[in-house]
Design a binder for this molecule. Structure first.
Ligand SMILES: Cc1ncc(COP(=O)(O)O)c(C=O)c1O
Length: 443
């Protein structure tokens, strides 16, 4: 059927778009479309307001359609739409990189990408090339962790540990191994914040070193808080122990901060929250408040320098993207970090975190709930799955929340929450109340 002129925001054909990480057939029978967003809310195609309980996909940390960011993008588009990033430059990418390095001590260079997945693959490649540059070329193995999510590139799914993201795609990268994950309901169910039990799980890295020998291992990559796999909070001391083991064996430690970066835990980065510095860390999402796709890989002092012994005029790192440091992304990013600073959003997240924690744990005892976890402005409510139908119960909860005006995210049978850092206490109550209502009648 042809569209009427005033219906231009409603697609008349849902078929052509192959939707990512979506049950296409299910969605297309009963589509959920957002056509507008502002602050804490989305507006649906049928004009309903939906409170964003997930910052989009863990990315709109300052809320939606924020004017300073929108204005910066518009202004930049009118001045310089694109400039090549190879052997050429434009001032904003240098300015933004320098501002980013000022956000954290000890990281003197950033490499720009366009997504979390690209940041991960970039970090892995820098790690391998760095080991070579410092004369440790036998270090070619990459170590990830079970239940890790590092995006969808071949590097990311190889070090990642989510079976669904791996099994369709063959044998992946060679020379990858995985530590065991840190989630243990028997010891840690319903822990508020970081669990006391489990620092020793980092010793699994020693097992892997004993198997392969440290001289073959380039880097270990973990999310400080595993997000997409259902919010797995590291046990107290775990990350420091990983750091110590990496130092002992000359292995680089990479933190994937695509979710924990830019205020999610109430600090600029997850490494600030935990007081543990990696060698390299990845970011994306909140770097531009999700307005223009972008990622950045931060490298600690000395890593870039190790590449600078290459012959004069040589390209030191054979890696990059057409859109590395895109002018619109840099303009958006600069406006975003100014907004985070001017509104004190990271501090606000830290202040709200105890209220958030209480709201999350108020759902203890609700129908089907088997665990609740939280840290900073992240929360997860784990439901008991329906026998033989994994994910179905949480998906049902997701749809019912949406009908009641709340966007949540589900992964497996876990409801994961990460509202924009501008969320008000009343809206936190709404999130908990709505989920509570849904659970009351959920089958
Ligand atoms: C920790 C982590 N790494 C990487 C990614 C991939 O990011 P993108 O979807 O932008 O490629 C994600 C996305 O959720 C993530 O959570």
């Amino acid at each position: 059927m042809p569209l009427a002129a005033n219906e231009s925001t409603k697609p008349n054909d849902l078929e052509s778009f192959w939707m990512p990480f979506t049950s296409n057939r299910d969605f297309k029978q009963n589509p959920r479309l957002f056509v507008e967003a502002e602050g804490m809310h989305y507006i649906t195609a049928d004009g309903r307001r939906v409170l964003d309980g997930t910052s989009g996909l863990w990315c709109s940390n300052a809320g939606h359609r924020r004017k300073p960011i929108v204005d910066a993008i518009k202004k930049q588009a009118e001045v310089l739409d694109f400039a090549p990033a190879f052997q050429m430059g434009h001032p904003l990418s240098f300015e933004f990189a320098s501002r980013l390095t000022q956000m954290i001590e000890g990281f003197d260079h950033v490499f720009f990408t366009n997504s979390g997945s690209e940041s991960v693959d970039t970090a892995l490649k820098i790690a391998l090339a760095y080991q070579r540059a410092r004369g440790q070329g036998t270090r070619t193995r990459l170590i990830g962790r079970e239940r890790g999510y590092h995006g969808v590139g071949f590097g990311g799914i190889s070090v990642g540990g989510i079976v669904g993201n791996r099994k369709q795609f063959g044998t992946l990268l060679n020379g990858v191994d995985h530590m065991r994950h840190t989630h243990d309901m028997e010891h840690n169910a319903y822990t508020k914040g970081e669990p006391d039990w489990g620092a020793h799980l980092a010793d699994d890295l020693e097992r892997i070193v004993a198997l392969h020998d440290a001289s073959t291992i380039a880097a270990v990559i973990v999310e400080p808080v595993a997000g997409s796999t259902g919010v797995l909070i590291p046990p107290k001391g775990y990350l420091q122990r990983l750091r110590d083991i990496c130092d002992k064996h000359g292995i680089l430690l990479i933190f994937d901060e695509v979710i924990t970066g830019f205020g999610r835990l109430g600090t600029p980065f997850g490494s600030d929250y935990f007081g543990v510095k990696p060698d390299i860390f990845t970011t994306a999402k909140g770097i531009t408040n999700a307005t223009v796709p972008m990622g950045a890989v931060f490298c600690r002092d000395g890593i870039y320098d190790a590449f600078m012994d290459a012959p004069e005029g040589a390209i030191e790192l054979f890696h990059g993207y057409t859109y590395s440091g895109h002018p619109l992304a840099c303009a958006a990013g600069l406006a975003t970090i100014d907004l985070y600073r001017d509104e004190g959003l990271f501090e606000r997240a830290a202040e709200l975190a105890p209220y958030w924690e209480d709201a999350m744990h108020s759902l203890k005892g609700s129908n089907h709930v088997i665990d609740i976890r939280n840290l900073g402005m992240v929360g997860a409510i784990e439901l008991e799955g329906i026998a033989g139908k994994p994910t179905a119960r949480a998906m049902d909860a997701f749809k019912q929340c949406y009908d009641k005006g709340l966007l949540v995210r589900t992964t497996g049978d876990i409801i994961a929450l990460s509202p924009p850092l501008i969320v008000e206490k009343g809206q936190i109550d709404f999130i908990a109340d709505t989920i509570g209502d849904v659970l009351r009648t959920l089958h």
